[in-house]
Write a protein that binds this ligand. Structure first.
Ligand code: GDP
Length: 313
């Protein structure tokens, strides 16, 4: 079910550290753990890096986050120039988890938009190919090549600039959704009024529907058949797309007030975090395998078969 609205008095699940993995995972995976790969795509300067640090903050110790940043990031953090992966090994609810953040180059800097999207799709397909090869060979050390450690990209957060849905955004999401679970995100939502945010959400959804772009339906951590626990619904529309704001220290301080990025009435950050990690991690992985089958594996097997036929002639 999609989330039906955000109750102000109900704290989102992921303000706690728990990912509620026992509810999602089979116990035999407890020892091996799982991996989860999140890709960030969008124009540079939209706040992707700031947002990602805020997203993972409850799970990845701050010190580990800055060590990983030092190892894998360019010295100029404000500009993302090539696809790079940041791996966070953590333990949650007794499960080892490997979170990988795939930070993609933002177009608008050194890259033109076509080579930008080609590079990103190529990266996702290279992961499909690796999975194809790994699935054909026997598991190493009894580890499974299946769902828990699959090396695929499980979710793509696509960042759209507040107020500005561009043709190119729709075009890119249309290409990406065939390969990856697409989750559209409105960046820097603190620059929009509630009315602007809601009509922008409707605009994005109607454009995506019009072009048959499928978005990944995240599961609601507070299903709508649960008794309502707060009187106030914030806004008139609900995510998706998720309208987020982020800050390094949790607050954005303005001359007229403070935006608390964890407060669901200010930002969908905590709601997105709950939906992504505490309820939908496993379904995202399952759907990734379906997309791999549809977008890659079936065709790859056909090509391999045709090749072996022509060689045997
Ligand atoms: P990236 O290039 O997409 O990774 O963007 P950065 O995370 O480096 O952020 C670019 C600039 O936007 C920085 O000055 C951030 O402080 C600012 N920023 C990040 N998140 C937000 C937000 O939610 N709202 C606003 N208004 N500014 C933000």
């Amino acid at each position: 079910a999609r989330i039906g609205g955000v109750m102000q008095s109900e704290p989102p699940l992921a303000t706690t550290k728990s990912l509620r993995l026992t509810a999602q995972l089979q116990s035999e995976w407890q020892k091996a753990g799982i991996n989860f790969r999140v890709m960030l795509v969008g124009e540079s300067g939209l706040g992707k890096s700031t947002f990602t640090r805020a997203l993972f903050r409850p799970y990845v110790p701050e010190q580990q986050m800055s060590e990983d940043e030092r190892i894998s990031r360019d010295p100029i953090r404000a500009r993302t120039t090539k696809i790079h992966e940041i791996v966070h090994d953590i333990e949650n609810d007794g499960y080892p988890i490997e979170f990988t953040v795939v930070d993609c180059p933002g177009y608008g800097d050194s890259m033109d938009s076509t080579s930008w999207i080609d590079a990103i799709v190529k990266y996702i397909t290279s992961r499909f190919e690796q999975h194809y090869v790994a699935s054909a060979s026997p598991p190493v050390n009894g580890a499974s090549n299946g769902l828990q450690r699959d090396g695929l990209v499980h979710v793509c957060l696509y960042f759209i600039a507040a107020h500005r849905l561009k043709g190119i955004d729709i075009e890119f999401m249309q290409r990406l959704e065939k390969h990856v679970n697409l989750v559209p995100v409105i960046a820097k939502a603190d620059t929009m009024t509630i009315a602007e945010r809601d009509s922008f959400r409707r605009l994005i959804l109607s454009e995506l529907r019009h072009r048959d772009v499928r978005i990944f339906e995240l599961e609601d951590p507070h299903p709508s058949d649960a008794p309502p626990s707060g009187p106030m619904r914030v806004g008139t529309t609900a995510p998706p797309p998720f309208a987020v704001c982020a800050a390094e220290d949790g607050n954005r301080v303005y001359p007229w007030g403070v935006c608390n990025v964890e407060d669901p009435s200010h930002s969908d950050l905590s709601v997105l975090r709950s939906m992504l990690f505490a309820t939908s991690m496993l379904s995202a992985k399952r759907r990734t395998l379906q997309l791999y089958e549809e977008a890659y594996a079936a065709d790859r097997r056909r090509r391999e078969h045709a090749q072996s036929l022509s060689q045997s002639r």
